[in-house]
Design a binder for this molecule. Structure first.
Ligand code: 5GP
Ligand code: MG
Length: 181
């Protein structure tokens, strides 16, 4: 059994503030063509980030594309199965494009590294990665996200798009999930 922490790890107003700043950090250095978002975990982050990116992009905003792929490696557990499955990538036109790859969290790094390799193989001109959360302590493969919302400790988190067995996803804050007896 698991239960939520008493208080959110990151409250909604802190997320909103950071996402707006993060968007400006991205726009300052990366004029990407297409934002590619990894469903399902990144759905809420992607909606908020893309809006803030558009605010920061000005006249360039209408020409930015967005596409979604489905990446999964987890199943109903709090430990990664280590196997990356990707759906929908074949429908996205990436040849010669500068891609901003957006995911919810970098944990072992397997997903982010796998996705980056796939996008490069699909002919992307450049791939930079953005995650809302980074658990550096858990890294097992060598990949550094280019843009990070928050560094967090080695804890299992839910909310703001992140789930545990498909629950907790729609909460507007980030919560820590603790083992209960
Ligand atoms: P990685 O491939 O880096 O080990 O794991 C990345 C994926 O694992 C994320 O996209 C996310 O779906 C899942 N994941 C890793 N850590 C957490 C966590 O603390 N909470 C939740 N809900 N999912 C996580
Ligand atoms: Mg994910």
């Amino acid at each position: 059994m698991y239960r939520m922490s008493e208080k959110p790890l990151i409250p909604a107003d802190k997320i909103r503030e950071r996402v707006a700043t993060l968007a400006r950090e991205i726009v300052d250095v990366y004029d990407y063509d297409i934002l590619l978002s990894a469903l399902t975990g990144a759905y809420m982050f992607t909606a908020d980030l893309s809006r803030e990116l558009a605010n920061a992009q000005g006249a360039k905003a209408p020409h930015k594309r967005i596409a979604f792929i489905k990446a999964s490696s987890y199943g109903d557990s709090t430990e990664s199965s280590g196997k990356l499955q990707v759906q929908g990538l074949e429908r996205v036109h990436l040849q010669g494009k500068k891609v901003l790859m957006v995911d919810d969290i970098a944990d072992t790094g397997t997903t982010l590294l796998g996705l980056t390799d796939m996008l490069n193989e699909a002919g992307a001109k450049e791939v930079r990665t953005c995650v809302l959360l980074n658990k550096q302590e858990r890294r097992e493969v060598e990949i550094k996200a280019d843009f990070v919302g928050f560094e967090i400790a080695n804890e299992f988190v839910v909310g703001y798009g992140l789930d545990y067995a498909n629950e907790y996803r729609t909460l507007p804050e980030i919560w820590t999930l603790q083992e209960a007896d």
